[in-house]
Design a protein around this ligand. Structure first.
Ligand code: CAA
Length: 241
């Protein structure tokens, strides 16, 4: 029987590419989404991948959502913590709401989600946790104190939990995408994107969501069992961690 993979934020952007790539690699995939019902529905219809709505910043919603997936599809063996948001702004203008929303989704979301699947993975003696962090958690980014802090936190989470999972055959890894051509990056003011960001990328282009998805498929595979606690940097040469 093929393994079950759950991708949070798995119906749009990088997450959609991850869901599709895992399904193509033979996983039974479930994708969660928080907000954009119309896009999620279209994604589900187009790909045949079941979609589930909940907010990863809410612990109880995560518990209920994972319980539903385990009944309808099966125990989650691969969890991809991909759901993420931006609320960019210079620090002197950043509101507590901008801080809390980003920390809640991008950092606390990893606790809320991983906690639901961890016990089962320990019991079964197999698991893959793949956390989508960011180049900006590695290098910091002006206008993103909240996001950089959360994404750097994701790396600490990964390294600590990897040590706990190792004896139970559960790997925990992070991927740090650079600037990928998704709605999130397209929300950056065009002038900033074209004049400030793209010129900093040595390969001279944004990344493709599929370039991240292929890394996830590798880390999710049984073959990647000796890789844990690692950070895979995928950014077109923009920053060497
Ligand atoms: N890199 C370099 N310079 C940047 C920059 C960036 N990412 N973002 C802003 N700047 C510069 C601007 O060019 C501008 O410089 P000048 O005054 O010399 O032109 C200065 O910072 C101030 O910027 P704004 O005039 O835009 O100021 P603002 O207060 O109107 O807006 C902002 C500030 C909301 C931070 C806006 O600039 C912005 O959205 N910047 C992009 C921030 C960013 O990089 N976000 C990443 C989103 S993608 C993502 O998060 C995915 C991922 O993991 C990589």
């Amino acid at each position: 029987m093929s393994r079950v993979a759950l991708v949070t934020g798995g119906t749009r952007g990088i997450g959609a590419a991850i869901s599709v790539a895992l399904a193509a690699a033979g996983f039974r995939v479930a994708a969660s989404f928080a907000g954009n019902e119309e896009k999620a529905k279209a994604f589900g219809e187009e790909t045949g991948i079941p979609v589930f709505k909940w907010d990863v910043s809410n612990y109880q919603e995560c518990a209920d959502g994972v319980a539903r997936i385990e009944v309808e599809i099966g125990p989650v063996e691969v969890l991809v913590n991909n759901a993420g948001i931006t609320r960019d702004g210079m620090f002197h203008k950043m509101t507590p709401e901008q801080w809390n929303e980003v920390i809640g989704t991008n950092l606390t979301g990893l606790f809320n989600m991983t906690h639901q699947v961890w016990g089962g993975m320990r019991d079964r003696g197999f698991g893959r946790i793949i956390n989508i962090s960011s180049i900006n958690g590695q290098k910091g980014q002006m206008g993103q104190v909240n996001y950089s802090a959360a994404k750097a936190g994701d790396l600490g989470f990964t390294k600590a939990l990897a040590q706990e999972g190792a004896a139970k055959n559960i790997t925990v890894n992070a991927i740090c995408p650079g600037y990928i051509g998704t709605d999130m990056v397209k929300a950056v003011p065009e002038k900033v994107l074209n004049e400030r960001i793209i010129p900093q990328i040595p390969v001279g282009r944004l990344g493709e969501p599929e370039e991240i998805a292929r890394c996830v498929v590798f880390l999710a595979s049984d073959d990647a069992g000796f890789i844990t606690g690692s950070t895979l940097t995928v950014n077109g040469g923009q920053y060497f961690a």
